[in-house]
Every structure is written in structure tokens, then in C-alpha cells.
Write a protein that binds this ligand. Structure first.
Ligand SMILES: CC(=O)SCCNC(=O)CCNC(=O)[C@H](O)C(C)(C)COP(=O)(O)OP(=O)(O)OC[C@H]1O[C@@H](n2cnc3c(N)ncnc32)[C@H](O)[C@@H]1OP(=O)(O)O
Length: 333
């Protein structure tokens, strides 16, 4: 992926790590240094363009990675540049991997909810012309070392088929633990966790990494003690959830058809997690009587006035049913 500026000078390392500050890395000695604000603008352009290319590759309606989303989240982006080819002497970008810690409720193999905060794979893209050349693996390996995690400790936000194949090929990740949200976790995710009660995954990771890996473990982020099931709040949604919000029509067009009877039970816990593909309604709750009252405050259409006069207490549906208008007229309302 090429840019109208010198990518090679902007990103001196083969892999650049960016956080929410999107700071341009220090330049090589002897390189001319444009104004810092220009450099940051170039970084933002790269992030935006990579996000768009990734969305296109995944057939998403909008990018889930952009400079503004990076700035408002504590995510980390690993960007791989092409050191071999220097088209027009400006370098090129091969792809990127975006990760971030997220609080999630995940089911273990006994279908019990566990509140955890794993490192999540949020977005991953290698330029079409360079896929299946080992670049994805190079980026992924670099991230694993930098973040000090093992592949089975990751949660993956709605992986594509290509990514599932990639994880299977390079890391033998195959058997998933079924979830009700959009994250995929693999067998081994809960390994060495004390059960019950569930403890901080990070703390577990800390001790596990120390036992298995000569690398020092990443500092554990403290999680609150496990909450009672009833206290579980609908956080931890997928980074891709906002894509659904964007396509939902505004109220009142998004009103669901009314149920004949109220549900006998509250929705199952899975839908309270906010991650289910069947996203909960985003509509304001307006009691029907209140809605009617406010409608009556509007100057009524002459036909509506006639309808209200026939049965002032009834609901619109009842009024329609009891209306004396002929069916052909009725059907217009
Ligand atoms: C949470 C998320 O980010 S989900 C979205 C993941 N991103 C995408 O699907 C975007 C399009 N795909 C890509 O950008 C890349 O293919 C990536 C990032 C998934 C993998 O990067 P690559 O550089 O291609 O991976 P790398 O070369 O290291 O490994 C190749 C392996 O990945 C898998 N893979 C890569 N491309 C494909 C493909 N088109 N079809 C099937 N498997 C594929 C295979 O296991 C492949 O091994 P193989 O060639 O022996 O079959």
C-alpha cells in the first residue's frame, strides 16, 4: 500500500507499534524532519487508509479501524512496512494487526459465565497482493512477544474464515469454546484458572506465563472480584457492534411490532451481554397511553378527529377495529 509521502522515513522500523497517541516514531538520524503535526497527519492517514482497506477485505459496511477510533480507545496497532520494495523511493505498508484488552463475559466448557479481560484480536489485514507470504505470521508473532501472551489466551472478535485458518495453521488453534457473543476463544483459554470461583484471567496469565515461558509475564491488570450473575452488565461488546447501530433506522421507524402478550420471562442472560448477533432494541420506551396523549395534543387531521370522537378511550388499533368507516377508507390509515 503506497502513500504520497515517505513511509520509509516516517516509520523507520519494519514493525511500528502505535497506541492511542498516534505519535510518529523518532526518525533516523540525518533524515529531514518535517513539522511534527505533519508527521502525525501522515500517521493518521496511514491508519485511516489501512482501516478502509481492511473493512473492504472483510466486506464490512464501515471501517472498524480509524485514527479517531484509535484515539478514543486504548488499542494498539502493529504496522508492518515493506522494506524490500521502495516504489518511487517512498516505501509501502504491508498490513496491520490491532489488539486491545476488553472486559468480556465468556462461557467456559461448563457454560458458566466468567468475567475476564483478555487481549483481543480486533482487526487484522495484509494487503491482498501480499497475503499467504508469511507477513501475517510475522506481525502476529511480533505482537505475541511484545504483549507477552500465548495464542490460546487471546479472544478473537468475529474472526473471518481466513483468520480461523491462519490461527489453525500457525498456532494449532482449532477447537473453540462455544460463546453467545461474537468473540471466539479456543480450548486452553481457561487452562490453569481456579474454578470456582473464577479469578482474574490476567493474574492467571501472569503465573502461567512465568511457569511456561522464560519471558517475564505482562503485569496483571486488576479485575474486580467475580460478580453475582444478576449484577452482570451489558458491557464488553464487540468492536464491530457499532456497525449495526449505524444501519438501524431512527425512531420511530425502528419500533418492533408489539407483542400480543408480555414475555413470561426476562430474556435469557445471553442477550444481556450485549454481544449477541441479535442485538437488543435501541428504542426509547414510550408507553402507549403517553404516546396517544401526545398525539392528541397535535391538531388532528379531520378524519382522525372523527375517529377520536367515535371512541375516545380506545387504542388506535381498537379504534380501527370498531370504526364505522367502510374498509376501503379504513385501509388508508
Ligand atoms: C478479528 C479480525 O481481524 S477478522 C479479519 C481478518 N482479516 C481478514 O480476513 C482480511 C483478509 N485476510 C488477510 O488480510 C490475511 O489473509 C490474514 C491477515 C488473515 C492472514 O495474513 P497472511 O499474511 O495471508 O498470513 P500468512 O501468510 O502468515 O499465513 C498464511 C495462512 O493464513 C491462512 N490464509 C491466508 N489467506 C487465506 C485465504 N485466502 N484462504 C484461506 N486461508 C488463508 C491460511 O492458513 C494460510 O496458510 P496456507 O497458505 O498454507 O493455506
Amino acid at each position: 500500500m503506497e502513500f504520497p509521502f515517505d513511509v520509509d522515513a516516517l516509520l523507520p522500523e519494519r514493525i511500528t507499534v502505535l497506541d492511542q497517541h498516534l505519535r510518529p516514531p523518532a526518525r533516523r538520524p540525518g533524515t529531514t524532519t518535517p513539522a511534527r503535526v505533519d508527521l502525525q497527519q501522515q500517521i493518521m492517514t496511514i491508519v485511516d487508509e489501512l482501516g478502509k482497506a481492511s473493512a473492504k477485505a472483510q466486506h464490512l459496511p464501515a471501517p472498524i479501524t480509524s485514527a479517531s477510533r484509535m484515539q478514543s480507545n486504548r488499542h494498539v496497532m502493529y504496522i508492518l512496512k515493506d522494506t524490500s520494495a521502495r516504489p518511487a523511493g517512498k516505501g509501502a505498508i504491508v498490513g496491520f494487526l490491532k489488539v486491545g484488552y476488553k472486559k468480556l463475559f465468556v462461557l467456559d466448557d461448563r457454560e458458566a459465565h466468567n468475567e475476564v479481560e483478555p487481549l483481543c484480536i480486533l482487526d487484522f489485514y495484509i494487503h491482498e497482493s501480499l497475503q499467504r507470504h508469511g507477513h501475517g505470521r510475522e506481525l502476529f508473532q511480533h505482537m505475541l512477544q511484545k504483549e507477552r501472551v500465548e495464542p490460546h489466551q487471546l479472544a478473537i472478535d468475529r474472526p473471518s474464515q481466513k483468520l480461523l485458518k491462519f490461527l489453525n495453521k500457525h498456532y494449532n488453534l482449532e477447537t473453540t469454546v462455544p460463546q453467545v457473543n461474537n468473540f471466539v476463544i479456543f480450548e486452553g483459554f481457561f487452562a490453569h484458572q481456579h474454578r470456582p470461583p473464577a479469578t482474574s484471567l490476567r493474574a492467571t496469565r501472569h503465573s502461567r506465563a512465568a511457569a511456561l515461558d522464560p519471558m517475564p509475564a505482562a503485569p496483571a491488570r486488576k479485575l474486580p472480584p467475580k460478580r453475582a450473575e444478576g449484577d452482570i452488565k451489558p458491557y464488553s461488546s464487540s468492536d464491530r457492534e457499532f456497525l449495526k447501530v449505524a444501519v438501524e433506522p431512527p425512531w420511530p421507524l425502528n419500533r418492533a411490532p408489539r407483542r400480543a402478550t408480555p414475555p413470561a420471562h426476562p430474556p435469557p442472560r445471553s442477550s444481556s451481554l450485549g454481544n449477541s448477533p441479535e442485538r437488543g432494541p435501541l428504542r426509547p420506551f414510550v408507553p402507549e397511553q403517553e404516546l396517544l396523549r401526545s398525539l392528541r395534543l397535535c391538531p388532528p387531521h379531520p378524519t382522525a378527529r372523527l375517529l377520536l370522537a367515535t371512541d375516545p378511550g380506545g387504542s388506535p388499533a381498537q379504534r380501527r377495529r370498531t370504526s364505522s368507516l367502510p374498509r376501503s377508507d379504513e385501509s388508508r390509515y
